[in-house]
Design a protein around this ligand. Sequence first.
Ligand code: ATR
Length: 310
Amino acid sequence: MTEKSIQSPTSHLQPSITACTTLVGVIGWPVEHSLSPAMHNAAFVALGLDWAYVPLPVYPDHLGEAVRGLRALGFAGANVTVPHKQAVLAHLDDISQAAQVIGAVNTIAVRDGLLYGDNTDATGFLASLHDVGFDPAGTYCAVLGAGGAARAVAHALAEAGARQVRIYNRTLARARDLCREMAKFHGDVRFESGSPDDLAAIGDDTDLLVNTTSVGMWPDTEVSPWPRDLPIPGQLTVCDLVYNPPETLFLSQARVVGAETVGGLGMLVHQGAVAFELWTGRPAPLAIMRAACLEALQGQDAPYRPRRQV
Ligand code: ATR
């Protein structure tokens, strides 16, 4: 069976846990609807690894104890999700450069008893662009939103050699702040800010348009961060970090003008794959991880579905 040919259900890919099993998990509040346990457990079983991935609901007041507990309990690492991605930095021994610039950790690896924090969102985002053949080097990029997700995306694009990153946000001051912050780390990239009223100026000079806002996420699927009466330039590659629904209204606005579209599931799977490789040292089985995410998403009660990475 080749990895690419995987179509069959992955829900049977559940690890059996013994005292020898290596544990990893996801720390968040809440975490019960995270797709990561299904994604990683399917990968462990597919590669025959005696590993298991568990949801770890941690109330904010207990974050420090929980993170120190990873070491005490012999965990190999963990993912970190909302609302702990920023607060966790204070509890780690070492932090990657990406996590420092983004100001958030989504992956911890326990190495020689030390807690190492990394951020795989930026790498995961770039890998999802790579899947459609988009290379940000030398490009002009537009980012919608100026929150934590925008920060990871702006850093990723700058790291990958983008020439210009324009950040458009409803609250203009946040876009300005993010540009100022990013410019400190990436002096060779031009960062500019704008408000949604400036979107009409996006023209032939732009290569990539990324939605990092929550606009269009299920159940509010009838709204888009892009104005209805403004055609999206067709030469763009258009990416939405939202993965539920798989095709947002924003992506359908892009598809009808012939733009290349990139949904949010790719980033979810790739950020998981980078974490998997950090922990296990093995190449991640991407097709299995993607199939497991899709299956878990379809199997969940609709009101509780997770909708966006970062
Ligand atoms: P995250 O860390 O997940 O990115 P966040 O920091 O709350 O979340 O940022 C959410 C982003 O989506 C912000 O840019 C927010 O705009 P504001 O800074 O103006 O709040 C944007 N956003 C959320 N809801 C929006 C809406 N209905 N219309 C436009 N922008 C919205």
